[in-house]
Design a protein around this ligand. Structure first.
Ligand code: DX5
Length: 214
């Protein structure tokens, strides 16, 4: 799942088409508001403008304060899934209900310092729990290996409750780290730098990531 954050922002349409040819399963938009995270990126208009340039499904990782304000706009822009941060929602359960009421898939994201317990009561509303393996805001950061036990704990909890929830990881995912998070239970992998900045291009990058998995 390439993150668009690391794409050439002056050539997004071409980059998206390139990612599709390279075999991307999903394209993730990293939406940042400069408040919840110390960076500012795209809004729903950019996503909507890009929708026509690829058939690959979009999801939006909303690293924004009070994301419930914009569920409708990010849904109408062409995202199939909206992932919100538990740390950004005063009423997380209501926001996830709102996302599902728009006919979208809902995901919940946890920053590295946030324990899994805080989302236990909403896992029945989501199809994805995103466990951040970097502190959100930027691409190219180092993988936080202490998140591996948290991934393992989430996988065990999901299995015990027989929930239809898949674990997604995001941050520092490379051919050197992807197997460790897979073995802990992750099944969806967001990669920014590892895909966008690979010397032999996105197809080689995605092939290398896939080759690192069983
Ligand atoms: C960080 C973003 C990540 C980031 C991943 O806030 O949520 O998606 O783009 O970039 P890499 O894969 O370079 O760590």
């Amino acid at each position: 799942m390439p993150s668009t954050l690391s794409f050439d922002q002056s050539r997004l349409a071409e980059e998206l088409a390139d990612a599709e040819r390279a075999g991307a399963d999903v394209l993730q938009w990293d939406v940042m508001d400069g408040a919840f995270v110390p960076n500012l990126t795209v809004g729903w208009d950019v996503i909507a403008a890009c929708r026509q340039h690829t058939q690959v499904p979009f999801e939006a990782h909303l690293m924004i304060a009070d994301p419930g304000r914009y569920v409708e706009q990010f849904g109408k822009a062409g995202n199939e899934r909206l992932i919100v941060h538990v740390e950004a929602c005063t009423h997380l359960h209501r926001v996830l209900q709102q996302i599902k009421a728009e006919g979208l898939q809902a995901g919940v994201a946890l920053n590295p310092a946030t324990p899994l317990e805080v989302v236990e009561n909403v896992l029945d509303l989501v199809d994805t729990v995103l466990i951040m393996t970097v502190n959100p805001g930027f691409g190219g950061q180092h993988f936080i290996a202490t998140m591996i036990p948290k991934i393992r704990e989430a996988a065990a909890h999901i299995a015990e409750r027989q929930l239809a929830v898949r674990i997604e990881v995001d941050g520092g995912i490379t051919p050197d780290t992807i197997r460790s998070v897979y073995d802990a239970g992750a099944r969806k992998f967001v990669a920014g730098t590892a895909v966008a900045h690979h010397p032999r291009g996105k197809a080689a990058a995605i092939a290398e990531l896939r080759a690192a998995l069983p």
